[in-house]
Design a protein around this ligand. Structure first.
Ligand SMILES: Cc1ncc(COP(=O)(O)O)c(C=O)c1O
Length: 375
């Protein structure tokens, strides 16, 4: 059997990883400034992470959601405490798309409505409702066009109000910082006005923190830069450092009912053990402080790189925009300088999403590589 060929591949085969480094089959060492799409939060093969998963695996790896699993409660408590979101309830699933799918479904259950407002250039995943609120026609199949979605420009609050006033909107879904779209974000004023109109008209505000959450922006959730409290928060990527998991944080005003949501694998013992160790490491190693200190260093150092048009994003969710397409630069970074970076819908933008454990010396290596390649 051959693989279903849906991914354009770089010719690199990682076989080993540690911290912010990855090694290929020939022993070449790469600096990982992409963390496999922003998934690696506490660094590759962190010893606490290995210990937690291995210990759990030798006890019980999986049982269904029809029995008691105290690890889910432990994760909910620890996540509530570290994020300051103690007043939410947690539903566990398996991926980012699934978290958004459940969030949108909840909003529709609660309001009895079905239209959703999303934003230009948004990316929310590839399942049915999640892909429908993703602003990319190429990845929406005819079956996905049944969803009622209105895409609006970021920061255009008057347009949002106009749509909400039509009375048929269940939810507004928004990334705190756009990832795949290219690191654009709403202003604080916009987020606050969005919350206000949603509250006034009983529309649910869903913050997609799948890429921007878990400390990556320099706060636990990136919406916390704007002093708002969404009705629903979705999370995935950094949540278990590569072990598949997703989470939906749900305001207590939304009441649960048996059967409302469900999953076979979501919140299984191994996924919880992985996710608990991530929260523990973020706390014990003070990683959010590290994100902010490395970010400040990056902002200073990037000034010395010529041809940079703009730096976008926050913390360790960054976009470096040039006035040329960066495809060739990314290839040179991989094959000449042995540094992984990412791209986005904005072809002029290098996206970096390193492990939150990265240090200033490793950022300096990247800055020097950029200088040499752009000289
Ligand atoms: C903001 C955002 N939402 C949702 C998703 C979908 O997550 P997953 O690929 O885990 O389904 C992604 C993935 O890139 C994302 O960046």
């Amino acid at each position: 059997m051959e693989l279903f060929d849906v991914y354009p591949l770089y010719d690199v085969t990682p076989v080993k990883a540690k911290g912010a480094y990855v090694w290929d089959e020939n022993g070449t060492k790469y600096l990982d400034l992409y963390g496999g799409h922003g998934v690696i939060s506490i660094g590759h093969t962190h010893p606490e992470y290995i210990k937690s998963i291995s210990k759990q695996l030798s006890k019980i790896g999986f049982y269904s959601n029809s029995i008691q699993n105290p690890l889910q409660q432990e994760l909910a408590e620890k996540l509530g405490r570290i994020s300051g979101c103690e007043k939410y309830n947690l539903f566990l699933c398996n991926s980012g798309a699934e978290a958004n799918e459940n969030a949108l479904k909840l909003a529709s259950f609660v309001t009895g409505k079905s239209r959703v407002i999303s934003f230009k250039n948004a990316f929310h995943g590839r399942t049915s409702a999640a892909v429908a609120v993703t602003d990319n026609k190429n990845i929406n199949a005819p079956i996905n066009l049944q969803q009622e979605v209105t895409f609006l420009p970021l920061n255009a609050i008057e347009l949002v109000i106009q749509e909400i006033n039509k009375g048929d909107v269940a939810a507004v879904i928004i990334e705190a910082i756009q990832g795949v779209g290219g690191l654009d974000e709403g202003t604080t004023e916009f987020f606050q006005q969005l919350q206000k109109i949603c509250q006034e008209k009983e529309v649910l505000l869903i913050l997609d923190e799948i890429q921007s959450g878990y400390g990556r922006s320099g706060r636990f959730f990136a919406f916390q830069h704007h002093d708002i409290q969404p009705d629903i928060i979705t999370t995935a990527k950094g949540m278990a450092n590569g072990f598949p998991i997703g989470g939906v944080l749900i305001s207590k005003k939304i009441k649960a009912k048996y059967g409302m949501l469900g999953t076979t694998f979501g919140g299984n013992h191994l996924a919880c053990a992985a996710a608990i160790s991530v929260v523990d490491v973020i706390k014990n190693e003070n990683l959010i402080k590290n994100v902010n200190s490395v970010y400040n260093y990056f902002l200073e150092e990037i000034k010395s790189v010529s041809k940079v048009k703009k730096v976008k994003g926050k913390g360790l969710m960054l976009g470096i925009e040039f006035d040329f397409e960066v495809g060739e630069l990314r290839k040179k970074l991989i094959f000449e300088k042995h540094i992984f970076t990412g791209g986005s819908n904005n072809k002029n933008l290098l996206r970096i999403l390193p492990p939150l454990t990265i240090n200033k010396e490793q950022i300096a290596v990247f800055i020097n590589a950029l200088k040499e390649l752009l000289a």
